[in-house]
Design a protein around this ligand. Structure first.
Ligand SMILES: [Zn+2]
Length: 345
């Protein structure tokens, strides 16, 4: 009898603990910046469990990137990824889509429309695989335009760029003159699929995040000059893996992120020129990188506590960001197990 009563007490305590735990968790938004070796895969999970994955990493490698995405989705307790937003049709973004669909249920795809690089064999491969998946009839598909707000309840995702078009009007609360529009030396023009990337501003209470996929420098400037249509940002996913083709001072210094994160690989992204621009950004508190950048060497890499993967064999470590409606957020590094917190301003 006594054992039974004790078990009952333990059971009730466990239930209470579970309830308290979920109530605390349920107020925050989680963002997983998954290591896909210089591609993109960023998973957002809202307090009520709605989910949006930005891109699916590369194809090949026995489903390495899809496996990493599934691991993050399971860590978040998901049964299904509600939305998969394909920024554009390069293989480091859409490549892993088939392998992911084989491994995990997906609801709706969001994309920028047609493949705008139909003569490039590599791009065509990614596009064709995606078309084949859509033809199965299992999934919904929405092609977006700038200004669209995604049908997600707890977080506001506003499309800022899509199919080569940009927001016409500033997002609510933005629209100030940008003091960072001085002419600077520009990188070579980029008229590949990058130019058509779907990018967005995500607002969760006071917390604001910007992710523009791989859009080139010129479009970043057009989006932020002379008027800054985005406003100030707490968290910046560095454009185009932190490559020097993007990350213009006009945009980066205009949106003035508190924290920036490069989704780079050891040999892709993390260009010294872009690293310097981000590092100089006014008010920047930290610059995270998914990888040590070989190109950056010691002078253009953040200290190791801000790196998920160090120089050496690939370990697939990731960052998990937890954001709260009052604007406070934290960044957890799966390699070190340590969390850095950024209290609300
Ligand atoms: Zn890319």
């Amino acid at each position: 009898m006594r054992t039974l009563r004790l078990s009952l007490v333990v059971f009730i305590l466990t239930l209470c603990g579970y309830a308290i735990g979920s109530a605390a968790d349920s107020k925050s938004l989680s963002i997983y910046c998954i290591d896909v070796e210089g591609g993109q895969a960023t998973l957002f999970v809202t307090p009520n469990g709605e989910s949006l994955l930005v891109d699916t990493g590369w194809d090949g490698n026995n489903g390495r990137d899809a496996d990493r995405i599934v691991a993050a989705a399971k860590d978040a307790g998901l049964q299904k990824i509600d939305y998969v937003l394909i920024t554009h049709y390069h293989r480091d973004h859409v490549g892993g889509v088939t392998q992911l669909a084989e491994r995990f249920p997906i609801g709706t795809f969001l994309d920028h429309g047609e493949n705008r690089e139909p003569d490039n064999e590599n791009t065509k491969m990614g596009w064709n695989a995606y078309q084949k998946l859509l033809a199965s009839g299992i999934y919904k598909r929405i092609s977006t335009k700038p200004g669209d707000v995604l049908p997600i309840r707890d977080a506001k995702f506003t499309i800022a760029t899509s199919d080569g078009k940009l927001l016409e009007k500033p997002v609510q609360g933005a629209g100030a003159q940008n003091q960072n529009c001085q002419e600077v030396k520009q990188p070579p023009a980029d008229h590949t699929e990058n130019e058509f990337s779907q990018g967005f501003v995500m607002e969760f209470g006071k917390f604001r995040l910007l992710d523009l996929g791989d859009i080139p420098f010129v479009e970043e400037v057009a989006l932020s000059c002379p008027v800054n249509k985005i406003g100030k940002i707490d968290f910046f996913i560095a454009t185009h893996h932190g490559l020097f083709f993007s990350n213009s001072p006009a945009l980066v210094h205009g949106v003035a992120p508190r924290v920036a994160l490069m989704e780079n690989g050891a040999k892709k992204g993390g260009s010294p020129a872009a690293w310097d621009i981000i590092k100089r950004s006014p008010g920047l508190e930290a610059l995270y990188q998914l990888h040590w950048s070989e190109e950056g060497e010691a002078a253009h890499n953040s200290p190791s506590e801000f790196l998920a993967n160090l120089d050496g064999p690939d370990t697939g470590n990731y960052f998990k960001i937890t954001a709260n409606p009052d604007g406070n957020f934290s960044v957890w590094n799966s390699r070190t197990g340590k969390t850095n917190s950024y209290p609300a301003h």
